[in-house]
Design a protein around this ligand. Structure first.
Ligand code: DHB
Ligand code: FE
Length: 283
């Protein structure tokens, strides 16, 4: 990853991620608190924390350091980053228990709604001099019974060749490498883009600080994010990775699955192509 003057800071990414999360999550309806559920889940979380303190004989200085750290995460606006990288994969694992569709993966902190709607074949919006190996991803969207899903939406977002996401890095134009691609009458799609670089958790903020303190590397393997939607079907949120890619076996966010690894091939002119079909569960 290059470090230029325009490189996004952890504080910038964190604040933007917090803002984006608040905008997309909507408000919670008042009076809808399920006290029993809160008691059960929060009780279980606390039990886990209490047990870790006993098992590891956590000291007062360590407890105070933890408080200081959690305050910093909030002040840095990094709660979405921290939770998505360390916790979300297990929430996804539980959600996947009721799915038979294409394997899902974590949403992560960098989804932005309402991007350009593009009919297939589509090219994701990009700078005229966008760097990176050209990639064409094509395939079909089908219901789990095999019915092709016409006018399904593939809402896609990805990092650029330096590992940065538009909307979270000030030097990138809004909407860069983001778009909602609509399938044709036979549920087919073809999307031209570039291969993203691996993504590094910002190292200058509290999330990166924790990884460094623990001696864990801050990398995610290169990935494409997709949210696939069709009327009458459950939306699939997933990610696609690249065979042989660095960090594939040690993703800091633990969000890879063997079924989600692409093996693009050079079609002869330096453009890589790959096919991937999606299936959606009926709602
Ligand atoms: C994070 C960033 C990502 O791009 C992603 O896919 C998942 C998590 C993060 O910084 O937490
Ligand atoms: Fe990502």
């Amino acid at each position: 990853m290059s470090t230029t003057e325009t490189a996004p800071t952890a504080a910038g990414s964190g604040a933007s991620a917090t803002e984006a999360f608040r905008a997309s999550s909507g408000g919670r309806a008042p009076g809808q608190v399920d006290h029993e559920r809160v008691s059960t889940v929060v009780g279980a979380v606390l039990k886990g924390i209490h047990q870790a303190i006993r098992d590891e004989e956590v000291t007062y200085p360590e407890f105070q350091a933890a408080k200081e750290y959690l305050i910093e995460v909030g002040e840095g606006g990094e709660w979405p980053l921290l939770l998505d990288v360390l916790v979300e994969h297990v929430v996804e694992e539980v959600a996947a228990r009721t799915q038979t569709c294409t394997k899902g993966s974590i949403l992560g902190p960098y989804y932005l709604p309402d991007q350009a709607r593009l009919d297939t074949p589509a090219t994701l919006p990009q700078r005229p001099d966008e760097q990176g190996t050209p990639l064409v991803l094509s395939g079909e969207v089908r219901s789990t019974d095999g019915t092709p899903l016409a006018r399904a939406e593939l809402d896609m977002w990805q990092a650029d060749e330096q590992g940065y996401y538009s909307g979270f890095a000030p030097h990138l134009p809004d909407g860069n490498l983001r778009g909602v691609v609509v399938t044709d009458d036979q549920g087919r799609f073809e999307i031209s883009t570039i291969q993203p670089a691996p993504y590094q958790i910002p190292t200058d903020g509290p999330t990166g600080g924790l990884l460094e303190a623990a001696g864990w590397h801050p990398w995610r393997p290169a990935h494409l994010h997709l949210m696939v939607r069709a009327p009458g079907h459950r939306t699939v949120t997933t990610q696609l990775y690249f065979d042989g890619g660095e960090w594939l076996d040690s993703d800091v966010a633990s969000a890879t699955k063997p079924e989600l690894v692409l093996k693009p091939a050079d079609r002869g002119d330096g453009t890589f192509t790959v096919r991937y079909d999606f299936t959606l569960d009926p709602a």
